[in-house]
Ligand binder design. Structure first.
Ligand SMILES: NC(=O)c1ccc[n+]([C@@H]2O[C@H](COP(=O)([O-])OP(=O)(O)OC[C@H]3O[C@@H](n4cnc5c(N)ncnc54)[C@H](O)[C@@H]3O)[C@@H](O)[C@H]2O)c1
Length: 256
């Protein structure tokens, strides 16, 4: 218990899926959590539930692609809870399509959320965290940032970008002595609204779930809490010697 006591976290895209599980877990382990998303009703519901369990949380409507919104979100977090110690760049979108099928418009829309926003969040959080003596930034990449999929050209590119942006930011923070760690997390397929929507475009949902599960050596998909547990570790001081690293949580998918 209290693994992130007295820390203040922002979790983007936390109205559902992996972000929701992460916000709940961080709050349960003692952090004050700012939940941001475009989904206002989902975000506010989670804030209420965290509050009902004795946790501290606040919802802010944020489009992570907007730079001014990042400045406002960080300022509002510091105003509400006094500092910023953890940023989880979780908001993301998926798009299927090969390199030939993908339009430049769709490519740019996906990159804005999955890569530009991670850049903006990391950039602005570093300044704030430095003021408060350090922090931990956790960027959601994917197994799709490590290995390719012929039908996920833009998604692959965005998550590969997150993986190396994370290392560059980690080195910058380490070499400038700012006591800020930056790591990436690489989930396999996790049962969330994103994956449910993606699989439903490919055919029968239950068949898709089972077939996708079989791609993982453990034989099934993961759950949001599996990823939230890794994020909690990176957010806590237990991982204090870890920066620029890739935490792969994928049921063995990339071990093959
Ligand atoms: N689910 C998986 O299998 C899986 C695997 C690997 C990586 N990931 C990554 O983990 C992260 C979370 O995935 P998930 O499956 O929980 O997704 P999800 O679609 O279930 O939830 C994502 C949340 O992000 C929000 N969001 C989208 N665009 C936004 C924007 N511009 N500004 C603010 N919020 C926005 C959505 O409203 C939603 O609440 C993503 O970055 C995703 O790419 C997921």
């Amino acid at each position: 218990m209290d693994r992130v006591k007295d820390k203040v976290a922002i979790v983007t895209g936390a109205a559902k899926g992996i972000g929701e599980a992460t916000a709940r877990l961080l709050a349960g382990e003692g952090a004050s959590v700012v939940i941001t998303d475009l989904d206002v009703s989902g975000g506010e519901r989670i804030v209420q539930e965290i509050g009902a369990h004795g946790g501290r949380a606040l919802f802010l409507c944020q489009d992570v692609t907007d730079e001014d919104g990042w400045v406002e979100t960080i300022a509002a977090t510091v105003k509400a809870f006094g500092k910023l110690s953890i940023l989880v760049n979780n908001a993301g979108v998926a798009l299927s399509g090969s390199v030939e099928d993908t339009t430049i418009e769709d490519w740019r829309k996906l990159m804005a959320v999955n890569l530009d926003a991670v850049f903006l969040g990391t950039k602005h959080a570093i300044g704030a965290m430095r003021t408060f003596g350090g922090g931990s930034i956790i960027n959601l990449s994917s197994i799709e940032g490590i290995v390719g999929d012929p039908n996920l050209a833009a998604y692959n590119a965005s998550k590969g970008g997150v993986r190396l942006l994370t290392k560059s930011a980690a080195l910058h923070c380490a070499k400038t002595g700012s006591n800020i760690r930056v790591n990436s997390v690489h989930p396999g397929f996790i049962w969330t609204p994103m994956v449910e929507n993606y699989l439903s475009t490919l055919g029968d949902l239950e068949e898709g779930r089972e077939a996708t599960g079989r791609l993982h050596p453990v034989g099934h998909l993961g759950e949001p809490i599996d990823i939230a547990a890794g994020i909690l570790y990176l957010a806590s001081d237990e991982s204090k010697f870890m920066t620029g690293a890739e935490l792969v949580i994928d049921g063995g998918f990339t071990a093959q």
